[in-house]
Write a protein that binds this ligand. Structure first.
Ligand SMILES: [Zn+2]
Length: 128
């Protein structure tokens, strides 16, 4: 048996609106816990370390280091740690032909949700 399901859903941005607005511009806006200083990117309204719910915004550079990556037939993804963040996150790789382990956040590609990373080319890697 094969069924096709269609689901329309809306995620209210709420207190995370500044995070999503920055993301549309390709900017990395993290949340920083006022109580313990834990920095989360993607941002969250409750601290994953201490459970505190008072946060302030912290702008990151948008650069990230790949921890693991997986390459499929059409898409490539990676687990990365954005510089300045205490968390890891999954991203789509914009230019998976590059085999470097560093990249920079870019604005979402078309209607594709989530975080996208443009990998640095080998020459850029040598300059850093
Ligand atoms: Zn905290």
């Amino acid at each position: 048996m094969k069924y096709q399901m269609t689901l329309d859903y809306t995620i209210p941005f709420g207190d995370l609106a500044p995070y999503f607005e920055a993301l549309q511009e390709g900017k990395a806006l993290a949340s920083e816990c006022i109580k313990c200083g834990y920095v989360a990117f993607p941002a969250r309204t409750n601290c994953g370390a201490c459970g505190g719910n008072d946060i302030k915004w912290k702008t990151l550079t948008g650069t990230a280091q790949i921890q693991f990556r997986t390459d499929g037939g059409n898409d490539s993804f990676a687990l990365v740690k954005f510089d300045g963040a205490d968390t890891s996150s999954t991203v789509g790789l914009l230019n998976p032909n590059q085999k470097t382990t560093i990249g920079t956040l870019v604005a979402p590609c078309g209607d594709a949700p989530g975080l996208w990373l443009e990998l640095a080319n080998e020459h850029e890697k040598e300059r850093r």
